[in-house]
Design a protein around this ligand. Structure first.
Ligand SMILES: Cc1cc2nc3c(=O)[nH]c(=O)nc-3n(C[C@H](O)[C@H](O)[C@H](O)COP(=O)(O)O)c2cc1C
Length: 404
């Protein structure tokens, strides 16, 4: 080959002017966002997102459990048109993906919850706001997202959590999910090592870290303070102790079934339980009027050695039957993971850390890019497996899979 022939093969890409777009052009897998977030965030903040409980056994097992499943493709089917639409609790979604609740989201990006919510709205997927969000229930509702979910921690002092249920109803949230794997707080080893506390405490190491991430700190200092936004409607006295009250009351060791009965009476819309739910607990929940399940082990942030969520889906589906909505999270970070979750019997897969990294890397555009990427991955996995609609996952179910 002559030099002239080689040059013909080389086509220089047009220079991209927007730095954000340049960054997004380099992101081809969700984990690329993690690498960027790791560079951009102070160590303690990155570790708060990235870390799990104790030895992080469950956190790793979550991903392995999805990765260890293998798909058995069906061939020679026309896969030119793929339909990713579906419906949950009477609301349509454009792809079977949702955003899980994450607390303190503005610590990772100043426009935190609003940006994540807008990206979800544009993609036509549900967004779940956390009890310990740094943006209020009403501000998030003002985005106009038609399918918002609210995540509830039932606080020991019901004066804190009851009004949140009423506010979510008044603001038009479509579903309420009660997190039930937090009777006590998980022991996050990285946070303990980093001395992470909320509000943050300044140690010599933190000050060095600030010096290494001036852009992060400038952004934080020029934006409103990070606080438990949804508890700001309390009286001044309650407010004064809110930080400690919320922190200690969030993890109420007396949490039990009677609490679920109370929430069921208060919230008229679809009610889910969020946790590592097994068949027996699920049957009891259905008797109490619970409508669906968000299978989750908090991304390995609560009980270390908890069973990975991929292993929970099939027995749960068998116990509750085909009509009860099941969504799953913890370890989902590719379209292949989503396909496995659906083949195991889930209706949708939700993501946690993956979108928080995308947010930290590039705000709303980052989350939008991630959702497009996951959708493209899922579509490709489906086409290569001979599947063209979500209902086929349920029909062919376990026949599509092998693995542990
Ligand atoms: C930074 C962070 C904050 C979280 N905050 C909450 C929360 O406030 N309420 C809750 O129910 N789950 C919370 N979770 C758990 C997520 O909702 C979700 O279950 C978990 O992230 C899923 O695992 P994955 O990160 O592997 O996708 C949080 C997770 C992360 C990473």
């Amino acid at each position: 080959m002559k030099l002239r022939d080689v040059l013909k093969l080389v086509r220089l890409r047009k220079f991209e002017r927007s730095p954000t777009q340049r960054l997004l052009n380099r992101v081809v897998l969700a984990d690329d966002f993690r690498t960027i977030a790791r560079r951009r965030l102070p160590r303690a903040v990155f570790d708060y997102v990235d870390g799990g409980a104790d030895e992080e056994i469950t956190m790793r097992a979550n991903r392995e459990a999805f990765a260890s499943r293998r798909l058995h493709p069906r061939l020679l089917r026309d896969v030119s048109v793929v339909d990713l639409h579906g419906e949950i609790f009477g609301q349509e979604f454009r792809k079977p993906i949702g955003l899980s609740p994450t607390g303190y989201t503005r610590m990772m990006h100043p426009t935190g919850e609003i940006s994540a919510c807008r990206a979800a709205m544009d993609a036509g997927v549900p967004y779940t706001l956390s009890t310990v969000a740094t943006t209020t229930i009403e501000e998030v509702a003002a985005t106009g997202h038609p399918n918002l979910w609210f995540q509830l921690y039932i606080t020991g002092d019901h004066r804190l959590s009851d009004p949140l249920v009423d506010r979510a109803a008044a603001a038009g949230y479509k579903a309420l999910e009660v997190t039930i794997d937090t009777a006590v707080t998980g022991r996050r080893s990285r946070d303990a090592r980093n001395g992470l506390a909320i509000p943050p405490q300044l140690s010599v190491r933190t000050i060095f870290d600030i010096a290494r991430h001036p852009r992060y700190w400038m952004r934080m200092l020029t934006n409103p303070a990070i606080e438990f936004a949804n508890f700001q409607a309390l009286t001044p006295e309650e407010l004064a102790s809110a930080s400690t009250t919320v922190n200690s009351a969030l993890f109420d060791p007396t949490l039990n079934w009677a609490h679920i009965t109370e929430v069921r009476a208060r919230w008229k819309g679809p009610l889910l339980l969020k946790g590592p739910i097994g068949p027996e607990d699920a049957r009891r929940a259905l008797e109490l009027g619970v409508d669906g399940f968000h299978v989750s082990n908090h991304g390995g942030r609560q009980l270390d050695r908890c069973v990975p969520t991929a292993d929970l889906i099939m027995p749960l589906r068998a116990a509750v039957g085909p009509g009860v909505p099941i969504v799953v999270d913890s370890g989902v970070h590719t379209g292949g993971d989503i396909a496995v979750a659906l083949a195991l019997g889930a209706d949708m897969a939700f993501i946690g850390r993956a979108y928080v990294y995308a947010l930290a890397a590039a705000g709303e555009r980052g989350v939008a890019h991630l959702l497009r990427m996951l959708t493209a991955e899922l579509r490709s996995v489906m086409q290569l497996s001979g599947l063209t609609s979500l209902s086929q996952f349920r029909k062919e179910g376990a026949d599509l899979l092998s693995g542990p």
